[in-house]
Design a protein around this ligand. Structure first.
Ligand SMILES: Cc1cn([C@H]2C[C@H](O)[C@@H](COP(=O)(O)OP(=O)(O)OP(=O)(O)O)O2)c(=O)[nH]c1=O
Length: 197
């Protein structure tokens, strides 16, 4: 690792979003157990996983002055966590549940450094129009739902299902840019330091 900022994630979408902030960083995927604890509230769950990813990344890299970001996104419907679909039929069932309804996308974001770990949660409300069986089947056949919480990607074909959102778009895609910038600024590295250097 040569950069001070490290993104502890295997998600190409998170790397793309972080690139948008105009800073230099390295990517270091980490593996943490993503099973929710018994009775764990969704916001606590994404907060905990973001912390665990950031801490695992900090421990695996070699720089004492590193700033390591970890993030976790889940879809929440009626207080239930909807994770990534296991297969295409599971994806279809998730989309049926989301059809015609509002849900929350919760993203935990954490920054680990030598002085410890700071974590926050971003909550965005997303509204879906009514979906019919043919479009659900066609969408599942694209494979797009498979690596995504709730079985859809707002930034892809899944954007055709969304009638509106309230909150952060970047948080739905996996990395809330507003909180990311403020965590980095609090850690002494404002992103605008990079912008004209
Ligand atoms: C709701 C939604 C989720 N997603 C994605 C964001 C996350 O990558 C994924 C949820 O899985 P996560 O477990 O949050 O992340 P990940 O496994 O992809 O990557 P890593 O743990 O290595 O950081 O769902 C979208 O891309 N678009 C959407 O609209």
């Amino acid at each position: 690792m040569t950069e001070k900022v490290i993104l502890a994630s295997a998600s190409p979408r998170r790397a793309e979003l972080l690139r948008q902030l105009g800073l230099s960083f390295d990517v270091l995927p980490v593996d943490v157990d993503e099973a929710p604890h018994q009775g764990e509230a969704p916001a606590d769950y994404v907060h905990r996983l973001a912390r665990e990813k950031a801490l695992a990344g900090y421990q695996r890299q070699g720089r004492a002055d590193a700033l390591v970001l970890g993030s976790d996104t889940t879809v929440v419907l009626d207080d239930h966590i909807l994770g990534k679909p296991a297969d295409a039929s599971d994806a279809g069932a998730l989309l049926h549940r989301l059809s015609g309804r509002r849900h929350q996308v919760m993203t935990g974001i954490a920054l680990a450094s030598a002085s410890g770990v700071e974590a926050r949660v971003s909550v965005t409300e997303v509204r879906f129009r009514n979906l019919d069986q043919r479009e659900i089947d066609a969408y599942c056949a694209t494979g797009e739902p498979m690596d995504k919480a709730g079985g859809y990607g707002i930034q892809g074909r899944g954007g055709a299902f969304v009638t509106g959102i309230r909150g952060s778009y970047s948080a739905v895609v996996g990395l809330p840019l507003d909180i990311t910038a403020s965590l980095l600024a609090d850690a002494g590295l404002p992103v605008w330091d990079y912008w004209n250097s």
